[in-house]
Write a protein that binds this ligand. Sequence first.
Ligand code: AMP
Length: 190
Amino acid sequence: MNLVLFGPPAAGKGTQAKRLVVAHNMVQLSTGDMLRAAIAAGSELGQRVKSILDTGGLVSDDIVIDLIRERLPEAEAAGGAIFDGFPRTVAQAEALDAMLAERGSQIDRVVRLKVDETVLLERIEKRFAEEGRSDDNPESYKVRLAAYNAQTAPLLPYYAAQGKLSEVDGLGSVEEVSGRVEQALSVLVG
Ligand code: AMP
């Protein structure tokens, strides 16, 4: 099973992805985590993308598509991937469909975590205070949210047209949201 966890930054995608990894033995493919790892390692890629992440913009489609392509065999061996923070543009979604199709695979379900902007802003303030992630500062977060609305939200009709979209209320405790995500997947995992 291949699953896309979809939603604005701070919707809870990473938290829910980690629970799905434990519950279903799937592999979490978070392009944000991969890029932060490259920055922490000081690699050439990390140096190229650091200022983009810090200011909240999107890195180029080619970079993230390559990162995902490299990890598909591992996810396939595990029995499936949870795409977290990818795809973020229509071009990325099309590339993902093509890469999976080449491997005789596909996206099975897209779960959208719905959280309204007032709650997102409260969450991000708290996360910034607790974790100090540089792009959670209010200025960068505004850019990230704007990028989501302009470039990522248009993927909703893309996946709805494929009949793959499930909408899940992202408010409430981690357990409550997790229950709703599992419900949305139950048609697939039985
Ligand atoms: P995230 O942890 O998913 O919120 O990602 C953190 C940052 O990494 C984003 O604000 C972007 O700068 C970059 N990033 C992560 N995933 C992507 C993607 N699929 N496309 C473009 N930029 C990305």
